[in-house]
Design a binder for this molecule. Structure first.
Ligand code: GRG
Length: 312
């Protein structure tokens, strides 16, 4: 299989895992459940769960323990998009080629769908302990795989931290405060903080959790965090470039959103060419680190490279 075919297959697998963990649309709270599923199933590249599983494979991970975390991270990512699209934030009407959640279900229900997805993500990730319990009873109830229980708890910690105030929420806070500020006030240091947290944090979470659940060492997990930081920063720069020169139909959302929201981005600070060069530099740095682990995952390396040239 070539890269494109493998990517398609891995994306479909991530989609199937995610679908299996979504809640049933029933009960008095049926509407919020529908809004949650609408938001998650609206499409999307499923990049974070794919990166998570490929990192798990890189370190020789096996079995289904990774699956609840793949689904959980995509739920957190989807909640962040639902809230980001709200009138109180970016006020966007289209995402992933469809109307945004608030446009379909109303603002109140979109707030709740985001809240619901965030909480359900942790309920979902916590199901890893059911899988481990099943393994333990199959092994005759012995203290089998104690390190896997520790790894699962550590993975939960990383998931919560990278999504929270010391991760994505912190980045989004600084992003909102930086809107409408004069360009000179948005320093490169501030922009780095915003990108590292708003965007890179969830990608770090994906790759660290893949490494943790596969039993990687502390040193390897730390190194993977740096790889993911570079990938996340490059991904955000590419996102800002696409917001200027991208194709609306391809992206599934309007271009020019940063200008509309008076946002300072790497592109407004340095121009498209310098932004492309910086994304290229970060990608090369990430790839060099990724190749230095001893064992390799060639598909993962190709994926990181392909993100540089993405059009959506
Ligand atoms: C509301 C706490 C909170 C955070 C919002 C996700 C986010 C933070 C803002 C959305 C705007 C934005 C440009 C975020 C940077 C991350 C990013 C590029 C998200 C889009 O991710 P993709 O391209 O989306 O992976 P798909 O639709 O493919 O899943």
């Amino acid at each position: 299989m070539n890269f494109e075919e493998t990517l398609k297959q891995r994306t479909q697998e991530a989609q199937a895992i995610l679908s299996a963990y979504l809640p049933a649309e029933e009960g008095f709270q049926k509407t919020v459940l529908e809004a949650m599923n609408y938001s998650v199933l609206a499409g999307g590249k499923r990049l974070r769960p794919v990166l998570m599983r490929e990192t798990f494979f890189l370190f020789g991970g096996q079995g289904e323990v990774i699956e609840p975390f793949m689904a959980a991270l995509e739920m957190i990512h989807s909640y962040s998009l639902v809230h980001d699209d709200l009138p109180a934030m970016d006020n966007d009407e289209y995402r992933r080629g469809r109307q945004t959640t608030w446009r379909v279900y109303g603002e109140g229900m979109a707030v709740l769908a985001g809240d619901g997805l965030l909480n359900y993500a942790y309920e979902t990730a916590g199901r890893v302990f059911d899988l481990l319990e099943k393994r333990r009873s199959e092994a005759g109830g012995q203290n089998a795989g104690e390190e896997q229980w520790r790894a699962a708890a550590r993975a939960l910690q990383v998931l919560a931290q990278k999504a929270g105030v010391y991760g994505m929420v912190g980045g989004q806070c600084a992003d909102i405060l930086a809107e409408n500020r004069r360009q000179e006030e948005v320093t490169e240091e501030l922009l780095f903080y915003i990108h590292k947290n708003k965007t890179a944090a969830l990608i770090e979470s994906a790759m660290m959790i893949g490494a943790i659940l596969a039993g990687a060492s502390e040193e390897q997990i730390g190194r993977m965090e740096r790889v993911a930081e570079d990938i996340g920063l490059a991904f955000q720069i590419q996102d800002d470039i696409l917001d200027v020169i991208g194709d609306q139909d391809m992206l599934g959302k309007p271009v020019g959103s940063d200008e509309k929201n008076h946002k300072t981005t790497y592109v407004t600070l340095k121009g498209v060419k310098a932004a492309q060069e910086e994304a290229d530099r970060l990608t090369k740095e990430a790839l060099a680190m990724l190749r230095s682990f001893g064992q390799r995952n060639l598909f993962l390396e190709e994926l990181v490279e392909a993100l540089m040239h993405r059009e959506k």
